[in-house]
Unconditional design. Structure first.
Length: 219
């Protein structure tokens, strides 16, 4: 009887731990999207998630480690959606159609766009080198697989160009996201009519980048 009770207690404790981690991760996504990165701490995330002080640090170590874990999840979801949409096509796609698939699936993921804009800074801070290396190797392997699907569905892409295209799209998202979804003093200026020309539509810019890149490669 005692062993059965112990097993039940361990099962409840494991379930409770998984729920706490889930709550912290969900709060972290909201916070990384809405708040300045420098203002976020693990203790604050844990407090907003309703867990005791220090618990978030026990589970995730640093906020950079947690960020990297969430970025991987967001990227994996996007890569998976691209694979499904491309795999459902029965014929090769025009450059314009391929550009729409890439741009719309990314623009529909505002959290991922925000994460990509933060990644260059986050990966420079308080990040264990082997954790960053594992992430980059995982990302390269996933992009290679998705890139091969892009090449298969394109009318003119060559081997290796699918991965390169995904890399360019993610770099552009990181660079342009702040001007498509401005925050702080940047928002103050960009919402001023005098600066209207500085604002961009990220989805349109990504689609244009894909079309131009494919056209250049085809030429």
């Amino acid at each position: 009887m005692g062993r059965l009770i112990d097993r039940e207690r361990r099962a409840r404790a494991k379930e409770a731990k998984q729920q706490r981690m889930k709550d912290i991760r969900e709060e972290a996504v909201r916070s990384f999207v809405k708040l300045p990165y420098v203002e976020i701490t693990l203790d604050a995330l844990g407090r907003r998630a309703g867990v005791k002080k220090g618990v978030a640090s026990m589970y995730f170590g640093t906020k950079e480690e947690l960020f990297l874990e969430l970025l991987r999840d967001e990227l994996d979801a996007w890569y998976g959606e691209l694979e499904r949409k491309l795999g459902a096509q029965r014929a090769r796609l025009s450059d314009a159609r391929l550009a729409r698939v890439v741009s719309t699936t990314l623009a529909d993921r505002p959290a991922l766009c925000r994460f990509l804009s933060l990644a260059p800074v986050v990966l420079e801070q308080n990040m264990e080198i082997m954790a960053a290396d594992r992430f980059h190797r995982w990302q390269r392997d996933r992009m290679t697989t998705v890139g091969a699907e892009l090449e298969k569905r394109s009318r003119g892409m060559k081997q290796g160009q699918g991965l390169r295209l995904l890399h360019l799209v993610q770099l552009m998202t990181a660079a342009f996201h702040g001007y498509s979804d401005p925050r702080g003093s940047l928002a103050f200026n960009l919402y001023d009519p005098d600066f209207a020309d500085f604002r961009i539509d990220l989805e349109q810019e990504i689609a244009a980048l894909v079309r131009r890149t494919l056209a250049d490669w085809g030429a």
